[in-house]
Design a protein. Structure first.
Length: 235
């Protein structure tokens, strides 16, 4: 048995006096899996992502990513975890508009201490493999939403993360651009990248993941092959 990429055990998290955001969530994701976390607004999806990224800690339970107990990391350790072990893609891209596309992509590697020449080389490779190398010298504001999300994916992959986390990656895109980004995530997974996509979009779950975990009121209510998700079960 290889070490799972993600192991959540009995994770609970509650903010202030609100209802629990997560209740006794246990989940194992193998290396190389692509998993969608599907659920309505407020169901606990972002809380789950934040715990995996080390942006937050559970009240009880354990969070292990790539063999590392993320719930036990201090601030510095959590920052290093995010820099080296996870890549994150967001709904609104979170690119720096003052920098060129190439400099956005290079940034995580530079922060991790990679030399300029090597970082430039890696960024150029990624931009080419993602089909956006012709935009390397422009600023992200000049690009379409779909192109910007490709840049964000390149940036997320820069430090060769064990785990790619995507939070509603198609939420701000039109249908065609959304399908493009979804196809890109599927391709990355086919190459071995472990991917967790948080979404309330059933079509996205079906098109780029093989397994879907449904979450409601902070609990996992369903864990099924994504192809078994019938469109009419959307809710
Ligand atoms: P989702 O991502 O599925 O929309 P969230 O994980 O953001 O759900 O939220 C789950 C629950 O936790 C909600 O009731 C939300 O209001 C609450 N919550 C999330 N983040 C915070 C926070 N920083 N402070 C207080 N309550 C929060």
């Amino acid at each position: 048995m290889t070490t799972p990429m993600i192991e959540l055990r009995e994770v609970s998290r509650r903010y202030d006096d609100g209802p629990p955001a997560l209740r006794h969530v246990s989940l194992t994701v193998r290396s190389g899996e692509a998993v969608a976390v599907l659920g309505p607004s407020g169901s606990g999806k972002s809380t789950l992502l934040n715990l995996l990224a080390g942006l937050d800690r559970p009240d009880t339970g354990t969070v292990t990513v790539a063999g590392v107990r993320v719930d036990e990391l201090g601030e510095t350790g959590a920052a290093l975890h995010r820099r080296n072990r996870v890549g994150m893609v967001f709904q609104f891209f979170n690119l720096l508009d003052d920098l060129t596309v190439a400099d956005n992509v290079v940034l995580p590697a530079r922060l991790a201490g990679m030399g300029r020449a090597e970082a430039d080389r890696r960024a150029a490779e990624l931009l080419e493999s993602l089909g956006i190398d012709r935009h390397a010298r422009v600023h992200p504001g000049r690009l379409s939403g779909g192109e910007r999300q490709r840049v964000a994916v390149a940036r997320a992959l820069m430090n060769r993360p064990a785990l790619l986390l995507a939070d509603e990656p198609t939420g701000a895109l039109d249908t065609a651009a959304g399908q493009d980004v979804s196809g890109l995530l599927a391709d990355l997974n086919a190459e071995g990248q472990t991917v967790v996509v948080v979404t309330h979009d059933l079509a996205l779950a079906r098109s780029c993941t093989s397994r879907t975990v449904r979450i409601a009121d902070g609990r996992i209510t369903e864990d099924v092959p994504s192809r078994n998700l019938a469109p009419e079960t959307a809710r």
